[in-house]
Write a protein that binds this ligand. Structure first.
Ligand code: FAD
Length: 408
């Protein structure tokens, strides 16, 4: 890239802002366009705002310095021939390099009654993705309010915990048989469930919500597949996310589950790159913060002239801290947390302290692990997993990794 090329980044989430800050630091001017009204913020910490522990200002991202220009607005189209992005107010912004960092949209489940006649969500039904969602929910939750959270993944568990801390009576409805099933094995899931139950959350697994019932456009209850109805106000939708690919699709870029990029974070148009949740790299859509940051760093290096910089994938660790009124409850999971036949498993459980540690070994490699309540060893384990080095054959060092914090 030559130094006077115009770089435009769409999206002011973790990926877009990190990229703009890195490039700005290297003296490359960037026009950063974002539709959200708020100052760019760290989405990962929204549950802490909902719980009332952090103010919105506290989770603001460091602002990109001059020469970066931050423009508020929604991009509605990309004219690839004219190399211009078009905003909702009709303005056009020319680019030589365009970066899509458009993130994800919440999945809205196919529930009867979920949309009003004008295709909006009824009053009292909230997604949990943006600062506006979070502030809207915080306003709607009074102590004693009867909140129903639909979805028991990382997002639903965080939302349920935050609402309970705010004093709401919370019911968490999870369609599958356990909580956070994508990250956790059954034993770790049980500990998360116990933690939520101790906070007063009523957890229902294998429970499918079928219907949202409204009166005068406002939610009153939800109905389960078995016909059982639960009073509900508010309702939180935490049913996952999907990459936000509409702009890329309309511009004719290659899109599968996400916007397809190569190791140089290039889309099917070499002048357009993409980073973060909206991306599909080597078949994977991550939807997590660490890959978004790594992609942004790699692309900043590439655009700043480091021809050897590449993004080759992230071995991503999921980490969650559930802060209750008493002590925090930490968990971390990486790789495959459930063993296949022939794998070796080392597991340590302390029922009294509510801690659980487990690693899975295939052949001579550490392929996954889960830690609940006791995270002292997470750094050493994650390094052994990320390095994918063969483990010594006597197993001793593995037990050491599991029990000794190794200074991390
Ligand atoms: C409540 C919550 C908790 C989470 N917890 C964790 C966690 O514990 N660990 C973890 O790894 N990840 C977590 N995540 C996921 C993490 O937040 C995302 O992976 C990360 O934010 C991705 O960053 P991004 O910049 O790609 O996308 P986003 O943060 O979604 O940012 C995209 C931005 O682009 C804007 N945009 C999109 N289209 C346009 C357009 N056409 N014009 C203008 N602007 C546009 C959007 O409004 C948005 O501001 C959590 C997410 C949520 C919602």
């Amino acid at each position: 890239m030559t130094s006077n090329e115009r770089v435009v980044v769409i999206g002011t989430g973790l990926a877009g802002v990190t990229l703009a800050r890195r490039l700005g630091g290297l003296g490359t001017p960037v026009t950063l366009v974002g539709e959200e009204e708020h100052r760019p913020y760290n989405r990962v910490l929204l549950a802490e705002v909902l719980a009332g522990r952090y103010s919105p200002e506290l989770i603001a991202l460091p602002a990109p310095a001059a020469p970066t220009v931050l423009t508020r607005g929604r991009v509605t189209g990309i004219d690839r021939a004219a190399r211009t992005v078009v905003c909702a107010d009709g303005t056009g912004i020319g680019y030589d390099r365009l970066v899509l960092a458009t993130g994800s949209n919440p999945v809205l489940p196919p529930l009867r009654g979920l949309f009003t006649e004008d295709h909006a969500l009824p009053e009292g039904v909230h997604a949990f993705r943006t600062m506006d969602d979070c502030l809207g929910l915080a306003k709607a939750v009074r102590p004693g309010a009867r909140a129903v959270v639909i979805g028991g993944g990382l997002l639903g568990v965080s939302a349920a915990r935050a609402l309970a801390v705010r004093g709401a009576q919370v019911v968490l409805a999870q369609q599958s048989e356990r909580l956070m099933e994508r990250q956790l094995d059954p034993a770790a899931s049980r500990l998360v469930r116990r933690h939520l139950t101790d906070l007063g959350v009523e957890v229902h697994t294998e429970c499918r919500v079928r219907d949202v019932r409204c009166v005068a456009g406002a939610v009153r209850s939800v109905e389960m597949a078995d016909g059982y109805a639960l009073d509900a106000d508010p309702v939180v939708l935490a049913c996952g996310v999907h990459p936000r690919v509409g702009l890329a699709q309309a511009a004719g870029l290659e899109v599968r589950k996400g916007i397809v990029v190569d190791d140089e974070l290039r889309t099917s148009d070499p002048r357009i790159h993409a980073v973060g949740d909206c991306v599909q790299h080597a078949g994977t859509v991550y939807g997590l913060a660490a890959p978004a940051l790594e992609q942004a760093e790699a692309l900043a290096a590439l655009l700043a002239g480091d021809a050897d910089a590449r993004y080759t994938g992230t071995r991503s660790l999921t980490r969650l801290t559930l802060t209750g009124p008493d002590s925090p409850f930490d968990l971390a999971a990486f790789g495959e947390t459930e063993a296949l036949p022939g794998d070796d498993v080392v597991q340590l459980t302390d029922a009294t302290r509510g801690t659980y540690r487990k690693v899975v070994v295939r052949g001579d490699r550490l392929i996954g692990g889960v830690l609940v309540g006791e995270l002292g060893t997470v750094g050493a384990l994650a390094r052994a997993w990320e390095g994918a080095e063969p483990l010594p054959s006597d197993g001793g060092p593995l037990l050491h990794l599991l029990t000794n914090d190794g200074g991390s």
